[in-house]
Design a protein around this ligand. Structure first.
Ligand code: PMP
Length: 287
């Protein structure tokens, strides 16, 4: 059955869900988005995602035409209409149709689009065997050019790095920031574990402040681990005992090698396993 797509308060069949070719979301990547998971029919960490969406929109001076409360209801209605039990919601807000110029004053009608779909996770084997990463030569956007904290529709920076990963037979790439420090991966945040201390780059390292990242930081602290949001170099990652990535789609996924350097014994580590289990329990307890 074709899915029902929400656009500005109305539902359309997939083939009928259309926006203008003059929309600045298409012409310039001018807009913001969110990806949210559904577990057992419930929207996971809904408030956190909605807050980040409205913050991203505020920073790019995009006024979302409905309130947060209305957005929450619209997402829930889209999930219900599509009978999604375990799945994924993509929320897209575009600047709206305008002239071919950049001036936002000549645009009108931001488009609020909600797509609910079943999730296609990374293949199960990666959760057991772990990922191999490469470091991309493409660095993450300079925060003063386009802050990675904004979840904008302009994902070219990440796509360039993802191409490097897939060229090398990997599904994720590590990205450095403009200072040569570790930032994040193309669609996931990164954590390392060294001497039982769990570490992840701080928000000002030029990262998207992942909702999953924040949930895992909390879980690690509650489980009694020392948790540091601290600057990491590539050296720190190479000599880590364990490494894993977090993201809405990926959840918690182990990494076993980077740029040909094996981490630990080359298998997903025990603390990664523990945090993965705790995260799975958290997603299930939200049901
Ligand atoms: N970094 C980037 C660049 C991302 O696209 C994502 C996925 N949204 C993440 C990190 C992880 O964020 P979250 O846990 O909120 O999905």
């Amino acid at each position: 059955m074709s899915s029902q797509i929400y656009i500005n308060g109305q539902f359309f069949a997939e083939d009928e869900a259309k926006i203008s070719v003059f929309d600045h979301g298409l012409l310039y990547g001018d807009g913001v988005f969110e990806g949210i998971r559904i577990y057992g029919g419930n929207v996971f960490l809904h408030g956190e995602h909605i807050d980040r969406l409205y913050e991203s929109a505020k920073v790019i001076r995009l006024e979302i035409p409905i309130t947060k409360e209305e957005m929450v209801k619209a997402v829930e209605e889209t999930v219900a209409r599509n009978n999604i039990d375990d799945g994924y919601v993509r929320l897209v807000i575009t600047r709206g149709a305008g002239s071919l110029g950049l001036d936002i004053r000549r645009t009108s009608n931001p488009q609020v689009i909600i797509i609910a779909a079943t999730i296609s996770l990374y293949p199960e084997e990666y959760y057991h065997e772990g990922l191999q990463l490469i470091t991309a030569s493409t660095i993450r956007n300079h925060p003063q050019a386009l802050s990675p904290r904004i979840k904008s529709l302009n994902y070219l920076n990440n796509i360039m790095a993802k191409i490097e990963a897939t060229d090398m037979g990997c599904i994720e790439a590590l990205m450095m920031n403009h200072k040569g420090e570790v930032s994040e991966c193309t669609g996931d945040n990164i954590f390392i574990i060294k001497d039982k201390i769990v570490k992840t780059p701080p928000t000002d390292a030029g990262i998207l402040e992942g909702v999953t990242r924040n949930a895992v930081i909390k879980l690690a602290r509650e489980a009694g681990y020392e948790m540091q949001e601290t600057t990491l170099t590539r050296h720190d990652v190479y000599v880590a005992d364990e490494c894993f990535l977090t993201g809405t789609a990926a959840e918690v996924i182990p990494v076993v090698s980077i740029d040909g350097r094996q981490l630990g014994d080359g298998k997903p580590g025990p603390i990664t396993h523990e945090l993965l289990k705790l995260f799975q329990e958290l997603t299930r307890s939200s049901v």
